[in-house]
Design a protein around this ligand. Structure first.
Ligand code: ARG
Length: 425
């Protein structure tokens, strides 16, 4: 009996060709696994095609809920943004896919899993490391990394083997989509000086064609997780889908990123992530109300670390588990509502409230009801500035090499002035 392989199957050209190619090259029986992470796709048609090309079984898993609960929301709570720009949509979906590949392989008695990644990207790393971490006994094959065919050759291979190539005019870009965002690369986008053409954007309206009237949306969070829009409670999947639509309509969520891939390449990619952009902004606004200054500072460092972990394919590492425990703890009081204004490509937080808010009006106000003890400020400032004044007197004011000497009055002048004053008074 032939070995079985579970292939992560999108229904596109590469993974369709992979079904035939694996059979030819390895002699394995191919089971395809198509995973719904919120990519608008005809999953039924994809399965039909897989079977037609020669798969012995075609499985579809709706993983949207799992994706939101275990991957997207934890990343949102962490404010994970790779290089300060990319909300990590694809990068978050790959470890989930790796897990489902492993589950399916074990259930089907397969020895091997396969994916359609090339050898130039980050996704191969995320798949390979994910699978190896979860089930070291499984082998991983990556046909598109091995076969060395150009795009033309892949199409020729498909034609030769009667594999249907999509007849719809193919997008000139390489696209990946999931609930948390869409990425586009290749084609004219490879020229970093060229502005992304209109057809590079499909999730968002051009800001100049967006409605002339702003929209407001109130997002409520519980422990750092968004639970309702404008007072209407909804599940995470619907909430994200709704936010994508609403913010996309107002031209929000376009990102043009020169990014550093793990494999050493700088690449230009564009992203559309309307929901991610707005929710990350709203979440941070609520944290600003409910976390202390020190918590906020520390959490920013953790966010950079976590974004790198996700991007670099280390989701299943112990460090990610450790940091995620910290993030969960940090969210205990991140509960409340944020009002966001959406207008012509821009989202702006214009209101926030929380039952656990640390914002204290009687401390902040300049009006009546001020409870802040201003007389305590002088003593505080004296001690706060003590190291600076001490060092200035002993070292800096008399140092001719001190770069600030042009600004600081010379000691001599100070003495002169003191004398003058004395003689006058
Ligand atoms: N550059 C992004 C990342 O590394 C997006 C990758 C999109 N993947 C794809 N197969 N088109 O996460």
């Amino acid at each position: 009996m032939a070995d079985k392989v579970v292939l992560a199957y999108s229904g596109g050209l590469d993974t369709s060709v992979a079904i035939k190619w694996i059979k030819e090259k390895y002699g394995f029986d191919v089971i395809t696994l198509t995973i719904d992470v919120g990519n608008s796709k005809d999953f039924e048609a994809a399965c039909q095609k897989a079977l037609k090309v020669g798969a012995i079984k075609a499985i579809v898993i709706d993983a949207k809920e799992m994706f939101v609960k275990y991957f997207i929301f934890p990343a949102l709570q962490a404010n994970a943004l790779y290089e300060g720009q990319y909300p990590l949509a694809t990068a978050l979906s790959r470890p989930l896919m790796a897990k489902l590949l492993v589950d399916t392989a074990l259930a089907e008695g397969a020895t091997t899993v396969a994916h359609g990644c090339t050898g130039k990207g980050n996704d191969q790393v995320r798949f390979d490391v994910g699978v190896h971490a979860l089930a070291p006994q499984l082998k991983v094959i990556a046909p598109a990394r091995e076969w060395g065919m150009t795009r033309e050759e892949t199409i020729a291979y498909a034609a030769k083997h009667n594999i249907p190539v999509p007849i719809t005019r193919k997008s000139p870009y390489s696209i990946d989509e999931c609930l948390w965002g869409k990425s586009a690369e290749c084609g004219i986008l490879e020229d970093p000086w060229t502005e992304p053409p209109d057809d590079a954007w499909t999730w968002t309206k051009s800001p100049d064609k967006a409605p002339n009237k702003p929209a407001y949306v109130e997002i409520s969070f519980e422990k750092g997780i968004p639970i309702s829009l404008d007072g209407e409670t909804m599940g995470g999947v619907s909430l994200i889908q709704k936010m994508n639509e609403l913010a996309g309509l107002h031209g929000i969520g376009r990102i043009d990123h020169i990014e550093n891939r793990l494999v050493g390449i700088k690449s230009r990619e564009t992203y559309e992530a309307p929901a991610a952009v707005v929710l990350l902004q709203a979440h941070q606004a609520l944290e600003a109300m409910t976390l202390s200054k020190d918590q906020l500072r520390f959490k920013q460092k953790a966010a950079i670390e976590i974004a790198d972990i996700i991007y670099n394919g280390l989701w299943f590492s112990a460090l990610n588990r450790d940091l995620s425990a910290y993030i969960q703890s940090s969210q205990r009081f991140v509960t409340g509502t944020v009002r966001v204004k959406l207008f012509k490509g821009n989202s702006m937080v214009v209101g926030r409230k929380s039952p656990k808010s640390l914002y204290n009006l009687s401390l902040a106000t300049y009006d009546r009801g001020d409870k802040f003890d201003q007389s305590a400020a002088a003593g505080f400032i004296h001690l706060w500035g003590l190291p600076v004044t001490t060092q200035a007197q002993i070292q800096l004011l008399s140092d001719i090499d001190d770069p600030m000497r042009l600004i600081a009055p010379k000691q001599k002048q100070l003495k002169k002035r003191a004398k003058k004053k004395g003689s006058k008074g």
